[in-house]
Design a protein around this ligand. Structure first.
Ligand code: MG
Length: 131
C-alpha cells in the first residue's frame, strides 16, 4: 500500500505512551513507514530525557500519563527552541474534547483518538512529515 511513496530515511519519531500494549501497537504501525527510526518513551519525563539527547522529527504522545502528562510535554516542547516547530501528534480518548482543545491550543499539530487505527496513524504521520 505504501509502495512507491517516499520513505522516511533519516527521520525519527518518539512515541510517548505509558501503556505498553498501546505503545507497541503504535510502534508496530510506524514500522510500516520505511526508513523511519522509532524510539519509545514510557512517560513525559522519559520523553524529555530522550529529546535532550537525540534529535526527533516527530513526537507522538499520549495525554494521560503519570509524572509528566502529554499536555505538559507539549507545553515544554513548544517553549524549547529546538522543538518549537517539530510536529506533535497527541493521542486522546474518545470524548476528551477538552483535552484535545487544550493540546491544540498549546501547540500540538494534530491528534488521533483511541481506539487507534494503524492506517489512520500511518496516514497522519506521513502527512505531518511531508511524505
Ligand atoms: Mg495513558
Amino acid at each position: 500500500m505504501t509502495q512507491g511513496r517516499e520513505d522516511a530515511q533519516g527521520m525519527s519519531a518518539l512515541v510517548v505512551e505509558d501503556s505498553p500494549p498501546m505503545r507497541k501497537m503504535i510502534v508496530f504501525a510506524l514500522a510500516r513507514i520505511r526508513g523511519l527510526r522509532v524510539v519509545e518513551a514510557d512517560d513525559g519525563v522519559d520523553a524529555l530525557r530522550r529529546l535532550a539527547t537525540a534529535r526527533f522529527d516527530l513526537v507522538i504522545t499520549d495525554i494521560n500519563m503519570p509524572i509528566l502528562d502529554g499536555l505538559k510535554l507539549v507545553k515544554r516542547l513548544r517553549a524549547d527552541e529546538a522543538y518549537r516547530d517539530v510536529p506533535i501528534i497527541i493521542i486522546t480518548t474518545e470524548g476528551a474534547e477538552e483535552d484535545r482543545q487544550r493540546a491544540l491550543a498549546l501547540g500540538a499539530t494534530a491528534y488521533v483518538t483511541k481506539p487507534i487505527q494503524a492506517t489512520q496513524v500511518i496516514e497522519l504521520v506521513r502527512q505531518v512529515l511531508g511524505l
